[in-house]
Design a protein around this ligand. Sequence first.
Ligand code: NAD
Length: 350
Amino acid sequence: MKKILFYDSKPYDIEFFDKANKNFGFNIKYFKDKLDEESVVLANGYDFICLFVNDTLNKEILKKIKEYNINLIALRCAGYNNVDLKAAYDLKIHIVRVPAYSPHAVAEHTIGLILTLNRKIHKAYNRVRELNFNINGLLGFDIFGKTVGVIGTGQIGKVVIQILNGFGAKIIAYDTYPDKNFQEKLGFEYFSLDRLFQESDIITLHCPLLPETQYIINKDSISKMKDGVMIINTSRGKLIDTKALIDGLKKGKIGSAGLDVYEEESDYFFEDYSSQILTDDILARLLTFPNVIITSHQAFFTKEALINISETTLQNIKDYIDGKPLKNEVCYRCGQSSPNCDKFIKGRCF
Ligand code: NAD
């Protein structure tokens, strides 16, 4: 029976993976800590390891993993910015992921952040519980007719566009690979990034974190935006230069921000620090703004997504064992994980 070590596992991982594993029969060991230079030694003796968004997979750690004769690492998430893909490729370690477990989950959370920030539901909730039925300060705007800039029109961006179409918003988008068919079907426009910054009332990020997208929201791009713009990030923390965001919020240039991710989230997110002192001064400052909502990387967190994540992750491992094509492999050379990639050899990256 093949042995899999799970890093950074939470009670919900155990519940959903144990259920899915009834159809696979792997020997799974759940470990609470994240993968790092110290915890990597625990992988010795396992056939595979399974990781989440804040586990570290740098060159040194990958070398150790290779020494343990582990040749496939299963990410139970879509993003892979925490992986040194070149090092994995050089060491001939396959990286598989779950590319689309539920774009609806993330898209719906995105809309939840927009609506909550706009109509100040987070403030109204607290007020009414204290019998304060005053509505001063809770003024919002109609989303109908507003311009929403969507950066990244992949799986999640597309669902966001579909939902916002229902609101009667004007959608403009930017993507390095525009999807013309989808554009025609949905009737929105692709603009340059600069034009999107200039014309959007709400900007929502749905592109991956890559060297070219790191800090796509920065001092310069913020200066091009409309006064009072709402910024939503449910993608990856490092897409936003948080110091520039805070500066924009302090000056009133940015009207509100909804963040499900934060550039230094790996120190805090997914854990309970409620009885400790927050030492991250930037996060502490963000938390003081009444017009900022932070959620703890929970956009993916629906039952449907967890079922999909657990089944796809275990199927990815089984496909490797069975010598089948790895349709969810992250290919270092083309950046995709697609069976259509011409660099794939018999459905695998190498
Ligand atoms: P996807 O791969 O389907 O779509 C990404 C889109 O971004 C593609 O259309 C791609 O062409 C585009 N893109 C690539 N480089 C770009 C650039 N420089 N500028 C603009 N667009 C660019 O991915 P997805 O499933 O839609 O997920 C998007 C992101 O959401 C992921 O990368 C991940 O970081 C994040 N995510 C977050 C959560 C969460 O719980 N918060 C869950 C899943 C995914």
